[in-house]
Ligand binder design. Sequence first.
Ligand SMILES: Nc1ncnc2c1ncn2[C@@H]1O[C@H](COP(=O)(O)OP(=O)(O)OP(=O)(O)O)[C@@H](O)[C@H]1O
Ligand SMILES: [Mg+2]
Length: 262
Amino acid sequence: MVRTGSDGKLTVREVGVQYGAVAAVAGVTVEFRPGVITGLIGPNGAGKTTLLNAISGFTAMTSGTLELDGRDISPSTARARAEMGIVRGFQTVRLLERESVFDNVLVGCERLPQPPLMAQLLNLQSQRNCRARDIATVMKTLAGLGLLQDAHRLAAELPFASRRLVEIARLLLVRPKVLLLDEPAAGLDAGERRRLVDTLRSYHTEDPFTLIVIEHDVDLVRKLCADCVALAEGRVIARGSPAEVLEDPHVKVAYFGQAAHA
Ligand SMILES: Nc1ncnc2c1ncn2[C@@H]1O[C@H](COP(=O)(O)OP(=O)(O)OP(=O)(O)O)[C@@H](O)[C@H]1O
Ligand SMILES: [Mg+2]
């Protein structure tokens, strides 16, 4: 997977996911554009996680199609989609528990262009340059997330919030075309949320990719996202800037339980 500038256009067309009698996603059509951070909001049970799972291939779509940069990837497995550059975070953090924080994040760099195997084996200058680049990238990312002092600790020793940030650092270093984050700020305090927003933003500005973030914290959505999609009962009920969507009367009813005329 090598990403170039404008890659990462994701087109979701009439996608449905049915669990028995429950239509968790009920005919969603939406386009996610490269270089745009989209907030995916909606009440509990709206189908947000199911939609991300359908995009990553973790859950099978019952109907509809999915395109990445114009190519129909609906038949592709989750693994094939990950190789194409569609990368997701999990609600439960998954780390290499007996490895250091530094090594957990360094794993992400494996997907960056590396010198040929022979150069690596012979520890040639090109290999040393790449290694230096990877170390600098990891340290910069850890510093941005306030994790530098934890770099040499084992992942297993970290508190929950730091574990979540380590996972996000690792996902960012993979340089995905499309990154799907499910409630990345859950369990983080105000300072950690700020560092998370700053880090996502700075990565995104440096090298724009398609970023879709499920988030219940509307302040975070306002700060981070240029674009917002609201789901309710498996359907898109509003789309626009966060300000527009959060002011939409249908969203207020579905999400905040307020009467449309209130
Ligand atoms: N594996 C499953 N089997 C059966 N029903 C499921 C499954 N996963 C989700 N559902 C149902 O699908 C609907 C959408 O769930 P989903 O988890 O996508 O909502 P959500 O918007 O992510 O909610 P939350 O904000 O609570 O995380 C809900 O009615 C849920 O009960
Ligand atoms: Mg969810």
